[in-house]
Design a protein. Sequence first.
Length: 88
Amino acid sequence: MGEFKNRINVTINDQNYTIVGEDDPEHIRYVADLVDRKITDLGRRNAGLDSVRKSVLTAVNVMHELVLLEEENARLREEIQKLKYRGE
């Protein structure tokens, strides 16, 4: 209780949102801008999609990117462990 939370106003897909969080406000704005750009780019490539579909497809694309990064991270950690084992 009593934790400081930032209230940041951002615009994503021409809609205003207030994001509440403990992260640095500039970081929150940066992330919101990335989301806005991804939705905008997807909308340019897929004319005629409504906001909900653009948002859902953007979320799917972002999660796909996250999964790929997590898999790469796991592979690199495994490689680091192998290299450490060889060095012992």
